[in-house]
Design a protein around this ligand. Structure first.
Ligand code: MG
Length: 162
């Protein structure tokens, strides 16, 4: 019997000087970037956790621990591609992903289509199935003070069976 599974992902990273700002596999023009062991692509990390959650496959830290030198500076889109393989091996197909990135600056809108395309390509999906939204913190909290960026995502999977 065909089954549907839903998963939730949330992540945050600190904004620091001297790092690129990479969101959804796309580098944005900005005076600061996100700090982390990998490329700190907070949006892709939230998407990965939503997918792993839906499949019941634990979380990103279990598969790609930040204590492992293999993942230092890792391209998170490559990690997402690896997760797509794990899902397929477990008998799941991705129905859709929806994500929201929360940041005060810069504006994400002009690069949103590029993010959707990069995330969708890593998952072998049509970009119509991978939605990306952006919102600010309205000057409130760590997002509003530009101390960091957060992202959340939901994913729906289906089993291959009919
Ligand atoms: Mg992260």
């Amino acid at each position: 019997m065909q089954e549907h599974r839903t998963g939730l992902g949330w992540d945050s990273h600190r904004l620091v000087e001297g790092r690129p700002l990479i969101l959804g596999g796309v580098e944005l023009e900005h005076d600061r970037g996100l700090d982390g062991h990998s490329d700190a692509d907070v949006l892709t990390h939230a998407v990965i956790d939503a997918l792993l959650g839906a499949a019941g496959l634990d979380d990103i830290g279990t598969h790609f621990p930040d204590t492992d030198e293999r993942w230092r500076g890792a391209d998170s889109i490559a990690l997402l591609t690896e997760v797509a393989g794990l899902l397929a091996a477990a008998g799941f197909a991705v129905v859709n992903v929806d994500a929201t990135v929360c940041l005060e600056r810069p504006k994400v809108g002009p690069r949103r289509a590029d993010m959707r395309a990069r995330l969708a390509t890593a998952l072998g999906l049509d970009p119509a199935r991978v939605n990306v939204k952006a919102t600010t913190g309205e000057r409130m909290g760590f997002v509003g003070r530009e101390e960091g960026v957060s992202a959340m995502a939901v994913a729906t999977l289906t089993t291959a069976g009919g």
